[in-house]
Design a protein around this ligand. Structure first.
Ligand code: ATP
Ligand code: MG
Length: 433
């Protein structure tokens, strides 16, 4: 679990802004559900024999009322619960998105954390393949807006439950005949959830899994047609993809379309977005039967990709740094700064501060009457990245003026303006940034 500090936190704020714009363009609305839900919700939603439910959930008993609770490991279950609870599909389908922290007790490593963050989108109540394609196009659009290249889309169909049953039989027979090659986890899952074996991360089982019967060969006409239409829409929009018959995803709730966006630039943790259709989850969780489809993006992995590709924006600098040599007249100074801000100018004000590394200086003993020399204030102005220094010297203030000095034109040119008409010159400080 990580602290996120400036300047890095700015990358996240920026990313969230880009996400919001893309969501608006696709007309998805924001939803926020609690971080804690009843444990049973996730067991029921994700499936008992999944990595998450078997070993990754942070669950605890609420000591006050003995409820079993879990920090959400993903948000689809909560979104579905909210959809049912508030009857959100009353008037038809809903397009929703969320961002926020998720919790999984995994071995921490590059691209894998115990508190991580997802951006997710869910389209609930829609059955046609065009909505699967809409969601894929939305993620694709987001990569474009962020400037990310070389992200590959992998696509598969998990078919419908009856098709999965037939495939499951073939899968069990196949794995039984190669029982000596199965690891402990696979043996355990052979009769509970054999499809999950295809999702193994064990390198020594890869070739076994590659030769296994493919679900795609068990699809009926309707399931095949569904996949075909998704592909046709992607083709028409020049979104390239690879059909990957081994793609099964980590939760049990999927049917028909499943997909992942992957990159080879993050080592082994290369999936940055995963999703698919989950037409049976809403009824399985007690709602009136309704189809749905969604995806989730791993924010940490996307940020790392953006960082490696040098695509993260610089931390913003203030337009103006206010140099204030004396506390006399601070009320007047701050009134002017407020006026500047009300005109959209971003202003950082010098104020004497206590340094955490000054060893002997205890907070209580700092001499706050000393605002620091002009020289040290100019140094701070410079490192703030501001384009202008506003110098509120006692001399200027007594004449109702301020000196405006350019910090970025190389010549340090300066001018004097009157504080009685800040509105007239405020915007001249902003546009230069
Ligand atoms: P994996 O196979 O890597 O364990 P998953 O199938 O468990 O992934 P999902 O539950 O589909 O992952 O979550 C969607 C995305 O969230 C993943 O593609 C990944 O980018 C991100 N993600 C999942 N778990 C973590 C984690 N522990 N730390 C950081 N990001 C994660
Ligand atoms: Mg996982």
């Amino acid at each position: 679990m990580n602290d996120l500090l400036p300047p890095d936190s700015h990358s996240w704020v920026w990313l969230e802004g880009v996400v919001q714009r893309v969501m608006n363009r696709f007309a998805y609305s924001n939803i926020r559900t609690p971080i804690v839900e009843p444990t049973a919700l996730f067991i029921r939603g994700l499936g008992e024999v999944t990595d998450i439910v078997e070993k990754e959930m942070y669950s605890f008993e609420d000591r006050l009322n003995h409820e079993q609770l879990t920090l959400r490991p993903e948000a689809t279950a909560g979104v579905v619960r909210a959809t049912i609870e508030h009857n959100l599909l009353y008037e038809g389908g809903k397009r929703l998105y969320y961002t926020g922290p998720m919790f999984r007790h995994e071995r921490p490593q590059r691209g894998r954390y115990r508190q991580f963050h997802q951006i997710g989108a869910e389209a609930l109540g829609f059955a046609l393949p065009e909505v699967d394609a809409e969601l894929i196009l939305m993620a694709h659009t987001l990569w474009g807006e962020l400037g990310l290249k070389n992200i590959k889309l992998e696509l598969n169909s998990l078919g419908e439950p009856n098709e999965r049953m037939e495939h499951r039989k073939a899968l069990v027979t196949y794995f039984e005949s190669h029982a000596h090659l199965l690891d402990e986890e696979a043996k355990r899952r052979l009769y509970t959830n054999p499809l999950r074996i295809l999702d193994t991360k064990n390198p020594s089982m890869q070739s076994l899994v590659e030769q296994a019967p493919k679900l795609m060969d068990f699809l009926g006409t309707q399931s095949s047609a569904h996949l075909k239409e998704v592909c046709q829409i992607l083709d028409a929009n020049s979104v390239s993809y690879k059909l990957n018959p081994r793609l099964v995803r980590g939760m049990d709730y999927y049917n028909l379309t499943v997909f992942e966006f992957v990159t080879d630039q993050l080592g082994s943790q290369g999936t940055i977005c995963g999703g698919g259709r989950y037409d049976y989850l809403i009824s399985q969780m007690g709602g009136k039967s309704a189809p749905a489809v969604g995806w989730a993006i791993g924010v940490e992995r996307v940020i790392e990709l953006l960082k490696d590709a040098n695509l993260l924006p610089a931390h913003p600098s203030p337009d103006v740094f206010a140099i204030i040599p004396s506390s006399n007249g601070i009320d007047k100074v701050m009134q002017s700064l407020q006026t500047l801000r009300s005109h959209g100018v971003s202003v950082q004000m010098h104020s004497p501060s206590v340094s955490g590394n000054s060893g002997s200086a205890k907070t209580g003993e700092a001499d706050l009457s000393n605002r620091g020399s002009m020289k040290s204030q100019f140094k701070k102005a410079d490192s703030s990245g501001a384009h202008f220094a506003l110098i509120f010297g006692e001399d200027e203030l007594s004449r109702g003026c301020v000196t405006i000095k350019s910090l970025r034109d190389g010549m340090g040119s300066q001018r004097i303006e009157s504080l009685s008409n800040v509105s007239d010159w405020a915007s001249s400080l902003q546009s230069a940034a």
